[in-house]
Design a protein around this ligand. Structure first.
Ligand SMILES: Cc1cc2nc3c(=O)[nH]c(=O)nc-3n(C[C@H](O)[C@H](O)[C@H](O)COP(=O)(O)OP(=O)(O)OC[C@H]3O[C@@H](n4cnc5c(N)ncnc54)[C@H](O)[C@@H]3O)c2cc1C
Length: 580
């Protein structure tokens, strides 16, 4: 944990509004670095609303950086294929990715209340994080120094189970918290977004779906015949069947035009729908709910010291299981930037790259999720038959089927050119603005572990078979040291130099030397044109800032320029002057 110099202990570093998956992830990232965080959550009691059922390898890597991935992953079912089937259940295509580029399985099914409970309970390890439950965001004011967030007591809605209970003004018990920055993680109906008058752009989809959450009464009985996730592409009404850990299971049924919500939520209707897939007697219905969904993105994610993240900034149709995952990516992207700005190691301009980097990725996820929904829910029988024939053809062409099986249609963790914090992506900087893969690496004592455990959560300067500090000026080295940079040399398997009799190698405690035992990084370096001597400057979120050959001096100079440290110094001066 880092220690920050604070002049005013009554001011939190960050105030978070909303303790859903986005707020929880952000709190972990900030808490791990020792920031003082206050969280306002309108629900007095945690209920655990099962919505998300899936997350991916990139998000597990985020949880890994927060030190909670192993524990969360224990509750997940992973490497389960996702099938597209005909209405009778005959498979017509499969998504079953085998990639290991992020060090975690790509397909992970979860039970959201388990995930949120663990994330919430493990926040207690950070003494500087304060959670105020039953407190609802009301309004805010901003000035040059920080944000004041006003909040009132709230009975909550039982996470959407009950309608809002508006209080008369005279019963309001308004209080405030003060922070350097505040983040609205208060979900799709964000009051923070509304208060800031930020507009959403995109589409509301009117077609209603019925969600039925089940729990098996006897773990052996109910689901043996349904080992996989299924999209039943039935022109009479598509159905989604989602496996979940611990005997939970979800079905989603698209309502036919003209069917009423009341009819769909009736127990006999649910029994009739379920009995096409499982024996309803083997299950307890935990929840049934008719809902519609949205594909919307806020047009502004930052208003001075106030930011939006998660569903407050974008809403994603759930078909790719990427709504919560997009929020987790936001928290990761924003978290390190807030840490660097608050610690005085970067100018506030860095925060503008949060929206510019995340916006297009979030939008692409919405587009692909909408496309997937359209593919699985074709009503026109002729078009549905055409789709099934297309699946059949694709299956016969291995290179095409590979795109489906490996999920190559999914937006990659690559920031759009011209939008990200890093050097321009070109032939000598091919990986700039992309997430570096996470292979297993071997350290000197023979143990093997995930790369990010060695890299840590600060900047890293990595040399391909060389000391990455080679050729750096004293000024650049001391600048990197001030950022807490980690220095790493990655050798190919068997290429680590060793001391010989009479010529012992000096052990340098500031350099981590590791071996790429499975050779996963070699093709990654090669693709960018580096056989040996490549230097990679990695941002704290493991995205590549830039690459160079032989010496990283130019990279470091560019990093220093882009961090806009002059503005930090002038800002501090302004604050001092304002106090006088
Ligand atoms: C049926 C369904 C299936 C889904 N499946 C998936 C999936 O498989 N994978 C996936 O990644 N995503 C999925 N999603 C989407 C996912 O659930 C959401 O994207 C995710 O929960 C958003 O997280 P969040 O923290 O941004 O917002 P939320 O989860 O909405 O949390 C917001 C929090 O803020 C609190 N709050 C709200 N207003 C205030 C206020 N004024 N003051 C204080 N606190 C406030 C709320 O009580 C809540 O705790 C699914 C959604 C649905 C509906």
């Amino acid at each position: 944990m880092e220690k920050f110099n604070r002049s005013n202990e009554d001011v939190y570093d960050v105030a978070i509004v909303g303790l859903g998956p986005t707020g929880l992830t952000l709190a972990h990232i900030l808490g791990k670095k020792g920031l003082r965080v206050v969280i306002l959550e309108k629900e007095p009691i945690f209920y655990g609303n099962a919505r998300a059922v899936y997350t991916d390898d990139e998000c597990l890597r985020v949880f890994q950086s927060a030190g909670v991935a192993e524990d969360l992953h224990k509750d997940m079912m992973f490497d389960i294929p996702v099938q597209f089937t005909r209405e009778d259940g005959t498979p017509i295509g499969q998504y079953a990715p085998t990639g290991t580029q992020n060090g975690w399985p790509i397909v992970n099914f979860l039970y959201q209340p388990y995930l949120e409970t663990k994330l919430s309970e493990s926040l207690s390890r950070y003494p500087d994080i304060k959670i105020l439950r039953g407190r609802e965001f009301r309004s805010l004011t901003q000035d040059q120094e920080g944000v004041t967030v006003y909040h009132i007591s709230s009975d909550g809605t039982g996470y959407g189970q009950r309608p809002e209970n508006p209080r008369p003004k005279d019963q309001e018990d308004e209080r405030s918290v003060r922070a350097l920055f505040a983040v609205g993680c208060d979900g799709g109906r964000s009051k923070v977004r509304e208060f800031l008058n930020i507009k959403l752009k995109g589409k509301n989809f009117p077609e209603p779906w019925l969600v039925v959450d089940l729990k098996q009464k006897n773990m052996e009985m109910g689901l043996r015949h349904l080992p996989y996730f299924n999209f039943y592409c039935d022109p009479n009404g598509p159905v989604v069947s989602c496996p979940q850990p611990d005997g939970y299971h979800r079905f989603e049924f698209r309502l036919k035009a003209g069917t009423s919500k009341e009819y769909m939520e009736r127990p006999d209707t649910i029994r009739m729908l379920l009995s096409k897939h499982v024996n309803p007697d083997h299950f307890e219905v935990k929840r049934r709910l008719v809902y519609t969904f949205n594909g919307l993105v806020a047009d502004q994610w930052r208003v001075r010291r106030m930011l939006l993240a998660g569903d407050a900034a974008h809403m994603t149709p759930q078909f790719m299981g990427q709504g919560m995952s997009s929020g987790i990516r936001d928290a990761h992207n924003l978290g390190w930037k807030l840490i660097e700005v608050i610690s005085g190691r970067a100018g506030e301009k860095l925060l503008d790259t949060y929206q510019s980097e995340r916006y297009f990725h979030a939008k692409e996820m919405i587009l692909i999720s909408t496309l997937l929904k359209d593919v699985v829910s074709l009503e026109n029988k002729f078009l549905a038959a055409l789709r099934d024939a297309l699946f059949k053809t694709v299956k016969m062409i291995p290179s095409l089927y590979n795109i489906l099986r490996e999920g190559k249609f999914k937006p990659k963790p690559i920031y759009k050119k011209g939008t990200y914090f890093g050097l321009p992506r070109n032939s000598s900087n091919l990986h700039a603005g992309t997430l570096m893969p996470q292979p297993d690496l071997q350290i000197f004592d023979g143990s093997i572990g995930k790369m990010d455990e060695i890299v840590g959560n600060s900047y890293a300067l990595i040399g391909q078979g060389i000391d990455p500090r080679k050729g750096l000026s004293d000024a650049s080295l001391s600048f990197l040291n001030s950022l807490g940079t980690k220095y790493i040399t990655i050798y190919e398997k068997g290429k680590r130099p060793q001391g010989i009799r009479g010529i012992a190698r000096n052990f340098d405690p500031n350099l981590s030397e590791v071996e790429d035992v499975y050779g996963h990084l070699k093709p990654w370096f090669r693709k960018a044109g580096y056989n040996r001597g490549g230097i990679v400057l990695l941002r704290p979120d493991k995205f590549v800032f830039g690459m160079a050959k032989g010496s990283g001096e130019a990279l470091i100079n560019e990093l220093e320029r882009r961090l806009d440290l002059k503005s930090v110094i002038s800002n501090i001066k302004t604050r001092e002057l304002a106090k006088v």
